[in-house]
Design a protein. Structure first.
Length: 730
């Protein structure tokens, strides 16, 4: 673009021009202003002729350009340039002088002036101003771009330093050239330690090989890899599972220079996945033994799992309906309800368990009624399948139908036995109740209830907060079902009730009243309590049975009389010292009480032999743990009693019997019984030797700690005797 073009562009864009004029001559000032107006500018200016005045003007106003006389009585052009640099303001300055040589002009340019103009050649003024304004604008834009770039870099760095995931850049040899602090935390190294570190330094050979293959594939194909999974070794030696992305790092010419990506520590996720697999195995084991039908149905409505109960209740062979649409077996009249529930379940990860009654076609074509309970199987925060438990209630429904017919026939005889029905206000008064409701609360008539009770929450509810909770639930969910609480009767007595209640609203959604049914469940609660007491009695009965078994063993082997009880006492004490659960402790005690029950199958003359046993006799003795297992394996204990007994002579180095199990192959319960058995046996008298005493027994388990016996079990046993003065009962 020509100078004239530049000037025209600048004039068009800068009609109003803010000028600081450093000049002592009023005439020269007017000359400049006239020239500026002639050039199309509308100058807004201020004249100064001293350093102080110039500094004040620069501080108080903003200027587009400075026109400065080279020499004045109290000031000069070079001084003005120096002042401008001192206060660090980027404003173009043009020196104007009547007399100036080329050397002086060059000096001014070197000091920082943008141009110099002779007063006898003022025609150059406007083009020079236009040019300098353009250049100043360019400098301003360049500075803005540099600031934006700096801000972008700072923002990029700040983002990298604040994300939880690690970010890395490595060269083609796999050496770190850039990374964020999150990666340092994942790896366990400092920034200085990781700089230049090669992948072989933080992974094993297999991991390094796997990483090289991933980098090589990305290098050869140019296609990034996502979710690459391998193990790293942290500075402290621990291993962590890592998931990373890998993409090419290129220079400005597109030539590969290395790799970069995001790193995420997924160790916890891996552990969760492992636990999920274990849970799935436990679920499968439980499902296989369930008397109810259990099926898994995926989002495509295909059956992906069935348990053996399916054949019993619906006649289909194992695997016969796997992959088939689950709904083809549903009665047409029930299909819409089931579809609606499934759609809701797969669309809502937090959908609560649902329970409905549906009809399902048997293989022979008949229809059976099932109580269906559905829940979500969730993996990675996604509903993977619906778990459906089906209980055949065909016979029960037939009985209920017969009962309904009977009730219809004899309704006039049992009218007063129906549940209490009521309508009430939000303020806590009854609108209407039926006779049954009055009877439940001990009132003579419905009218007496309505008249007498003016504050339902405090006159009826034993816990007034329950009514508040019920109303809050209805407000959120529309109704409550089976809410159990206590009511006061008229005579002050308390009863247990089950409440079904919902809100009745008008067309605009305004509450009219609450309506519901109360059922007196006091007798049922009493029965439940009795049932729990019966269970406890059964537990005690089981304990008595175990004791009877123990006595049976000791009757055949009188020399070890009391041995099983003393082993049981010590084993229970060891388990308690090891902080095992009460359930485990009970199981250990039960198993210990009869751990030698297999000796029933061994001739008593061998058990009571006062001399050393022959090899054949000892081998026969060694069968007692297997015999005990065979006796007990089909009894449905609450604990793995049969397995504990089978393994109580196993040793952690594999030298035990009957199966030569090692370490974790042996139940912890069996390892505890083993130590208790050895300590008691060595401490006590035997037909073929006198008692060695507790110290010899403790020396035995100490010497073989970690060889034959579990170290933790041995340590717990030693603490009991050495620190807590444990003694065998006589």
């Amino acid at each position: 673009m020509t100078v004239a073009g530049n000037m025209e562009s600048t004039i068009n864009n800068h009609k109003s021009l803010r000028i600081l004029i450093v000049e002592d001559s009023e005439d020269d000032l007017l000359l400049m202003i006239r020239e500026l107006k002639k050039g199309g500018f509308n100058p807004v200016y201020e004249r100064v002729d001293t350093a102080a005045a110039m500094k004040k003007a620069l501080k108080e106003n903003q200027w587009d350009i400075i026109l400065c006389d080279y020499k004045m009585p109290q000031f000069s052009g070079p001084s003005a340039i120096a002042l401008l640099k001192e206060i660090n303001i980027d404003i173009p300055i043009i020196i104007i002088s009547g007399k100036i040589g080329e050397d002086t002009a060059a000096e001014c340019m070197l000091l920082g002036a943008q141009d110099y103009i002779m007063k006898n050649n003022m025609s150059r003024l406007c083009p020079a101003i236009a040019r300098e304004l353009d250049e100043a604008d360019s400098r301003s834009k360049q500075k803005e771009m540099e600031q934006a770039l700096l801000h972008s870099q700072e923002k990029y760095q700040n983002i990298l330093e604040n994300i939880e995931d690690g970010y890395y850049e490595v060269d083609l040899a796999g050496n770190f050239i850039f990374f964020n602090s999150s990666l340092c935390r994942v790896m366990g190294y400092s920034n200085e330690e990781m700089t230049g570190m090669n992948n072989r330094q933080y992974t094993d050979k297999e991991g390094a090989k796997k990483l090289f293959q991933a980098f090589n594939q990305v290098y050869n194909t140019g296609i990034p890899t996502k979710e690459f999974d391998w193990q790293i070794i942290r500075k402290d030696g621990t291993k962590r599972h890592i998931e990373a992305s890998v993409s090419l790092l290129k220079d400005s010419l597109g030539k590969p220079t290395g790799f970069r990506g995001i790193v995420r520590d997924i160790t916890e996720r891996k552990e969760i996945e492992k636990k999920l697999r274990e849970e799935e195995q436990r679920f499968r084991a439980l499902a296989e033994q369930s008397s109810d039908i259990i099926v898994l149905i995926n989002k495509d409505l295909a059956i992906t799992y069935e348990n053996p109960a399916l054949k019993k209740f619906l006649g289909y062979e194992s695997g016969e309906i796997i992959g088939r649409n689950a709904f083809e077996h549903i009665h047409p009249d029930d299909l819409k309800l089931v579809m609606d529930i499934f759609n809701e379940r797969f669309n809502d990860i937090n959908a609560p368990s649902s329970q409905i009654e549906i009809r399902i076609r048997h293989k022979d074509g008949s229809w059976h009624i099932f109580e269906a309970v559905g829940s979500n199987l969730i993996r990675d925060n996604i509903v993977e399948a619906a778990v459906v438990n089906l209980r055949d209630i065909t016979d029960r429904k037939k009985a209920e139908e017969a009962l309904r017919k009977s009730e219809a026939k004899y309704r006039h005889l049992v009218e007063d036995a129906h549940e209490g029905i009521f309508q009430s206000t939000a303020e806590g008064r009854h609108i209407t109740v039926n006779q049954a409701f009055a009877n439940i609360l001990g009132y003579d008539s419905p009218e007496e209830v309505v008249k007498s009770i003016t504050d339902i929450a405090h006159q009826i509810y034993v816990n007034p907060e329950d009514r508040i909770k019920i109303l809050q639930t209805i407000d959120k969910e529309g109704s409550v079902k089976g809410y159990e609480t206590e009511f006061y009767r008229k005579d002050g007595g308390k009863i247990c009730v089950s409440i079904n209640m919902h809100a009745v609203r008008d067309d605009q959604g305004n509450l009219l009243y609450y309506q519901g049914i109360d059922q007196d469940i006091t007798d049922r609660k009493k029965m439940e309590k009795e049932r729990q007491e019966n269970i406890e009695r059964l537990r005690r009965s089981l304990g008595a049975t175990i004791n009877a078994m123990a006595v049976t063993v000791e009757t055949r082997d009188p020399y070890t009389a009391g041995h099983q009880k003393r082993v049981a006492d010590l084993a229970r004490a060891i388990a308690s010292e090891m902080k095992l659960t009460n359930e485990q402790i009970d199981g250990i005690r039960m198993a210990s009480m009869i751990h030698d029950i297999g000796k029933i199958s061994i001739p008593s003359e061998i058990l009571a032999k006062p001399t050393k046993l022959t090899e054949l006799e000892f081998n026969l003795i060694k069968t007692h743990s297997q015999s005990g297992y065979n006796i007990l394996k089909d009894i449905d204990f609450l604990w793995p009693v049969a397995q504990i007994i089978l393994q109580h002579h196993e040793r952690i180095n594999g030298s035990g019997y009957p199966n030569g199990l090692k370490e974790d192959q042996i139940l912890l319960e069996s390892q505890i019984v083993a130590v208790a058995d050895v300590v008691e046996a060595i401490s006590s008298h035997r037909p073929y030797r006198p008692a060695f005493g507790v110290n010899i027994a403790l020396n035995e388990i100490t010497r073989n700690r970690g060889i034959l016996y579990n170290p933790k079990v041995v340590d717990a046993c030693l603490r009991l005797f050495n620190d807590k003065n444990y003694m065998f009962s006589i």
